[in-house]
Design a protein around this ligand. Structure first.
Ligand SMILES: O=C(O)CCC(=O)C(=O)O
Length: 257
């Protein structure tokens, strides 16, 4: 039985209202902003990902963003894909930085590391594999030492409950770092990863998910619990997204903030 998840709350109307934006983030541990990124730039990254999948033989030549499909995520050389997708041009673009600075209210530093995700539908698959997805976890468990970064998650193609994406546990950042236990169902570079046992979550921390469009973003706290939702779309559609981490920029030498 699939349980319908509640929607993310749209925080776009709060942009420009510093106190309201900060209050929502402090209470919920995330912000969902719609249509704030330059869609042309997002499409450029999507096209680079498409071109990479074609160049590596995962998708047939002539594939378009509208009909793209691949047989398997795991069969694609993820390291080689990073040579095709110029995500830093996107993250460092003045229009993208300006959105981050509105959210943080100060200059930002964008991490040099990005995860790129190109997940085909596994609807009807006889032997579906979801081990490359993420279990429920906090990025602050994996990344440090500082915990003032926020994860920024961006769809490159429209997402839906079918294609999946990232589900966020509302308000789950409040209790700090949680225990993560080894979970053999999920692997990264062949090794099992740690996750938060789902039954430890509170009733007041519901999982949220909303369909997203290119140009939207969802951003969340280092301690916000979240997990992948699988791509089971039917009709088949690719899930293409990327995520990085952003934090306040360190003050320049000789200056204070
Ligand atoms: O995109 C996903 O499937 C999961 C994202 C995630 O776990 C993360 O950004 O840490």
């Amino acid at each position: 039985m699939t349980v319908a998840l509640k929607d993310y709350q749209d925080c776009t109307p709060l942009l420009g209202d510093r106190a309201a934006l900060d209050a929502f983030y402090a209470q919920h541990g995330y912000l969902y902003l719609r249509g704030v990124l330059d869609r042309r730039l997002v499409r450029d990254v999507a096209t680079q990902m498409l071109d990479g999948l074609v160049a590596l033989g995962a998708a047939p030549p002539g594939s378009t963003l509208e009909n793209l499909d691949i047989a398997s995520f795991e069969a694609v050389d993820e390291i080689a894909m990073h040579d095709h997708v110029r995500y830093d041009d996107f993250w460092q673009h003045p229009s993208t930085i300006s959105v981050f600075e509105q959210v943080f209210g100060e200059p930002v530093f964008v991490f040099k590391s990005t995860t790129i995700r190109y997940y085909p539908s596994q609807a009807g698959s006889e032997d579906p594999s979801f081990s490359y997805l993420t279990p429920l976890h906090q990025d602050g468990f994996y990344i440090g030492p500082n915990k003032d970064f926020r994860t920024v998650w961006v769809p490159l193609l429209p997402t839906s409950t079918g294609t999946g994406g990232v589900a966020i546990a509302d308000g789950s950042h409040h209790d700090g770092l949680r225990e993560h236990v080894l979970n053999e169902s999920f692997k990264r570079f062949g090794h099992p990863v740690r996750g938060i046992p789902v039954d430890t979550m509170g009733a007041d921390e519901p999982l949220l998910f909303s369909p997203m469009e290119p140009g939207d973003l969802v951003l969340f706290h280092a301690f916000t619990c979240h997990k992948s939702l699988p791509n089971l779309s039917d009709p088949r559609a690719m899930r293409m997204s990327m995520d990085t981490r952003v934090q306040p920029a360190p003050p320049r030498p000789g200056t204070t903030r």
